[in-house]
Unconditional design. Structure first.
Length: 104
């Protein structure tokens, strides 16, 4: 008879939705964060950003239109949150867009 503890140890990790565009799935790229529907790993795109490539180039040329620029934005935001969490700094969330002032 198997104990509940042994069964818990053999459970397969599940897919984790890290955002609208980013996912960590143990069946894709060994669970490293990737962009949904691709095998493009987030670290690859962050390397491109760090190398100074434009987000338009990254999305449309480097990765052939397989990821939208909003996905790059999300990856950078997630990296920022991870860094701030690592160093126990408060994560500041952007406030909603403020309505434009009415013309007088």
């Amino acid at each position: 008879m198997k104990s509940g503890k042994n069964q818990a140890l053999h459970r397969r990790p599940k897919r984790v939705e890290l955002g609208q565009y980013v996912v960590a799935d143990p069946d894709i790229c060994h669970g490293k964060p990737t962009f949904k529907g691709t095998r493009i790993m987030v670290w690859q795109v962050l390397d491109d950003v760090a190398d100074g490539r434009s987000w338009e180039f990254i999305c449309n040329t480097r990765w052939g239109g397989r990821i939208p620029t909003a996905a790059v934005t999300e990856a950078v935001r997630l990296a920022q949150e991870a860094l701030l969490t690592l160093y126990k700094q408060p994560v500041r969330r952007p406030q909603g867009k403020r309505p434009a002032l009415a013309a007088a």
